[in-house]
Design a protein around this ligand. Structure first.
Ligand SMILES: [Zn+2]
Length: 468
């Protein structure tokens, strides 16, 4: 393949679908005690027969529709053969020959569209627990609670060109999954395997496995790029291999030279009948499809008359969009959108916080916006309170009252402050009279300091000019 960017990244993402039961049996997907949610099917007893969970297919169809992936006309499952304790029947049931979704795309926050290769359904293997860590444990424990949980695997084209883009892709994907209501963001797991190559290494691919969540992916890929550059610098070749990401140590370890798909000896699963995915089935899913980010953005524009740019930023984070839904019930949507898009996002970035990590509540935010809108607090004071409200909880109105931050609307009081400032700064007053523009700014600044930003600058200028 020919590439023209310095870095080439493709992702294979495993999404745990938020169904009540496993993919081929009735065992619950929610269990705390190890090995408490298992049966003969997910433990792979001889003679046990899998029964497909329709909900998992419905959810996968939602994802296909949301990403414009072409839906297959039938569901076919295969056995991927391998020997390892995490799959007690020695094969994993997956889709190989014909995935449920073919192609498609997902849009990044920059509006760049990233192509998809495929979307398929498969069962999760059991989890292996190393009691003393990966390298030092004398034995391994196996927890089959996870064995047989439904996964959707989504494979992208190698069209991502930086770790930041890979992070954004994961973030936008998680956002879509949340709108679709098929992923439990608090308890569900989303993991990525990344194929990454660099120009200096002749685009020889390395697969980095086991990266959880969107923050990790940027870290893991940044590390891997530096490692590959170092290998080239030392005059060695990048070898095709699979490496594991160790999040704790912040490094990737070599696992094995890469196996090809042919090594797994796929065969069709004779226990699962081929099921037609009828047009009626797809239509039903389509009709019931929850509102997607792009639809919600359009609705915000038409319903609340906010700008398309503001709507896009607000809907790209499910939590932020839900927050906005609550805020618009209490205050002006246009002001709320403007303050959320510009100031709230700025403060979050400054504190390196995701929206969900902040302490802000719809009530507190709406109060600030409302007081600003009604000119009860100045722009300056509103920003200061917002900065505080992101990192701690408090009552906005009480705070303004206790700190005396309300707009000094009593013009007599404000005039008193201005007179005081004029009296104490004769030099600036003389300069102002002599026509120096900076002198006025200085005097206004003094008044603002005295009132702690609670006076309107226009009002202050008016009073100064009337008094000098
Ligand atoms: Zn089971």
């Amino acid at each position: 393949m020919k590439f023209n960017t310095d870095v080439v990244i493709g992702l294979e993402i495993h999404i745990e679908l938020d169904t009540k039961t496993k993919l081929f049996c009735g065992c619950s997907t929610k269990a705390d005690k190890p090995n408490s949610s298992t049966c003969e099917i997910c433990l792979g007893f001889p003679g046990s027969k899998p029964v497909l969970n329709k909900k998992a297919v419905d959810y996968s169809l939602r994802l296909c529709l949301a990403t414009n992936s072409k839906i297959a006309s039938e569901l076919i499952f295969s056995r991927k053969n391998y020997f390892y304790p995490d799959m007690s029947k020695n094969y994993q049931i997956t889709q190989y020959e014909l995935p449920i979704g073919d192609g498609g795309e997902l849009e990044l926050s920059t509006s760049k569209k990233v192509g998809l290769v495929r979307i398929h359904i498969e069962e999760d293997p059991a989890s292996l627990v190393h009691p003393a860590g990966m390298h030092d444990s004398a034995y391994v424990l196996v927890d089959y609670n996870r064995s047989g949980r439904p996964l959707c695997e989504l494979v992208t084209q190698p069209e991502l060109t930086s770790p930041e883009e890979a992070r954004d892709f994961m973030k936008q994907l998680i956002n879509v999954l949340r709108y679709l209501k098929i992923f439990d963001v608090n308890n569900g797991v989303i993991k990525a395997d990344a194929n990454i190559s660099i120009k200096e290494g002749d685009y020889n691919r390395v697969e980095v496995k086991n990266i959880t969540g969107f923050k990790e992916i940027e870290r893991a890929l940044n590390y891997e790029i530096q490692r590959q550059k170092q290998v080239v610098k030392e005059g060695k070749k990048i070898i095709l291999e699979t490496r594991a990401w160790d999040a704790q140590a912040g490094v990737t370890h070599s696992m094995r030279s890469k196996e090809s798909e042919a090594d797994y000896g796929y065969i069709l699963d004779p226990d699962l009948v081929i099921t037609d995915i009828t047009n009626e089935w797809v239509k039903k899913i389509k009709d019931e499809l929850p509102e997607l980010p792009r639809d919600r953005a359009k609705r915000y524009v038409s319903e609340y008359k906010i700008s398309a740019d503001d709507a896009k930023v607000l809907t790209q984070d499910y939590d932020l969009a839900e927050f906005f839904n609550a805020v618009v019930k209490k205050t002006s949507p246009v002001q709320a959108a403007r303050w959320a898009r510009r100031e709230l996002v700025r403060v979050l970035n400054y504190n390196n916080l995701e929206f969900s990590e902040s302490k802000i509540t719809p009530d507190g935010f709406a109060t600030i916006v409302d007081l600003y809108d009604k000119k009860k607090i100045t722009d300056n004071v509103a920003k200061k309170i917002l900065e505080k409200l992101v990192i701690e909880k408090f009552d906005v109105k009480d705070y303004i009252k206790n700190e005396g931050l309300g707009v000094v609307s009593d013009s007599g009081k404000l005039e008193g402050v201005v007179k005081e400032v004029i009296k104490n700064n004769p030099k600036a007053v003389e300069e102002f009279k002599a026509g120096k523009g900076n002198a006025l700014n200085f005097l206004v600044g003094q008044v603002m300091r005295q009132t702690r930003g609670a006076a309107s600058p226009e009002e202050v200028i008016k009073i100064i000019k009337s008094l000098i």
